[in-house]
Design a protein around this ligand. Structure first.
Ligand SMILES: *Cc1c(COP(=O)(O)O)cnc(C)c1O
Length: 404
């Protein structure tokens, strides 16, 4: 009765725009931290859909929320509000510094909203000259033209014609480099509270505090892009909570939907009021299905058990990776925070992170890279400890093959 026809990896090259290079393996179902491919081979998931699947695959709380809402109402548009959006917004406000929420569908869209809000706030409050946006080299904020320009890798933003203007880049963890750029013309400083795509680089506490102070001295907004770090990834609900600094605007996406597309921008009432009726919007932003799943994800993650579990599981990873390294000497550093972990390849293996990923996949464990020389792990926040142990054993086999 079904008109479904068989598909395979080769079809990708026939019918898809060639901007990705997906692996040969096509997973078809998942449960917790395990997935199965088309040939029923089982894999342990240390990648989490790039820090998205914070509760693994098909977590019952998320499946229930999706099913329940799926039988009530799917979409209304922003001509009307809806119950799931209001409920999720209330919970985000209740558990963060924020007083107001704007919903989007992705990280880039949430950041786009944050940047547009910052520009509008500056225009309204300080006048037309205050447009400079300071961001950081190696930072990543998404792929819309504004966000990719604010991101710190020209390779991603070059080649598309004229870029949005007045965006400059300082060096992460180098307060002097921010001092040199910032002035009363600075509208906002945008940063990740731990650089993800840029190489799993944690900031020092002094750096983050220093940036906050510079923003205050220059009447600039501090925007934290918590798209990757948010919703428990670092062991706190949001990364800023472990840094003793409060941003003016925060963006969250990835784990917020646990695998269902959603993003949000959080801010104060005072700043939010500059995004007046008609200044910005999105057809799907605040969609009831997305918000119902988001509420279930937030409720499930925002508990002491899950957040403390992140710290405990992180220790198992770090110990396990150090033990592997003691045998094979491939890493020069294991770094990161919570369950966002980077294993930095040493000089003998520079540029070969992808080889480790491919070898790990062949042994039955999915990993990520962060740049050419760092293997990245961003598993489910509730991955069973047995799955970590088993996945690391598989990863060790992959390392042994490469190191021999
Ligand atoms: C993934 C990511 C984004 C982009 O999110 P999309 O949902 O892909 O648009 C933005 N910022 C950070 C820090 C990210 O890790």
């Amino acid at each position: 009765m079904s008109n479904k026809f068989p598909v395979d990896r080769a079809l990708f090259d026939d019918v898809m725009v060639p901007n990705y290079a997906p692996s040969a393996v096509i997973p078809v179902r998942g449960e917790g931290s395990r997935v199965w491919d088309q040939n029923d081979n089982e894999l342990i998931d240390f990648a989490g859909g790039i820090a998205v699947n914070c509760l693994g695959h098909c977590h019952p709380a998320l499946v229930n929320a999706l099913k329940e809402q799926g039988e009530k109402i799917w979409h209304l548009s922003n001509v009307m509000t809806n119950e799931p959006a209001l409920r999720l917004a209330k919970k985000l406000v209740g558990s963060t510094f924020a007083e107001k929420v704007y919903f989007a569908n992705s990280g880039a869209e949430s950041n786009e909203a944050a940047l547009k809000l910052a520009r509008r706030w500056a225009l309204d409050v300080h006048g037309a000259d205050k447009t400079q946006i300071i961001a950081f080299k190696q930072g990543f904020h998404g792929r819309t033209f504004f966000t990719v320009t604010v991101g710190g890798q020209a390779a991603y933003s070059d080649g598309f014609g004229p870029k949005p203007g007045d965006v400059v880049h300082a060096e992460y963890n180098n307060l002097e480099s921010v001092k040199e750029l910032i002035s009363d013309k600075t509208c906002a400083v945008m940063m990740e509270p731990l650089q993800g795509e840029g190489g799993i680089v944690a900031p020092t506490a002094e750096f983050v505090k220093g940036v906050r102070e510079l923003c205050d001295e220059n009447n600039a907004l501090l925007i934290f892009d918590e798209v990757q770090t948010g919703v428990g990834r670092l062991g706190e609900l949001y990364g800023y909570m472990g840094l003793d600094v409060t941003p003016d605007i925060l963006t969250t996406a990835k784990a917020l939907g646990g695998g269902f597309p959603i993003g949000a921008m959080l801010t104060t009432t005072e700043i939010a009021k500059h995004l007046k009726i008609g200044t910005h919007g999105s057809t799907y932003g605040g969609n009831p299905l997305a918000c119902a799943v988001g509420e279930a994800a937030l409720d499930t993650v925002n508990t002491p058990e899950v957040l403390n579990g992140v710290k405990e599981k992180a220790e198992i990873y770090v110990e396990g990776l150090n033990a592997i390294n003691a045998k094979y000497n491939v890493f020069k550093e294991i770094r990161g925070k919570g369950l966002l972990i980077g294993a930095v390849l040493n000089d003998d293996y520079q540029g070969r992170a992808k080889d480790f990923l491919v070898a790990a996949m062949a042994e039955g464990v999915m990993t990520l890279v962060a740049g050419a020389s760092i293997v990245r792990f961003a598993p489910s926040l509730v991955i069973p400890n047995e799955d970590i142990t088993e996945g690391l054993a598989r990863f060790e086999k992959a390392v042994a093959k490469i190191a021999q």
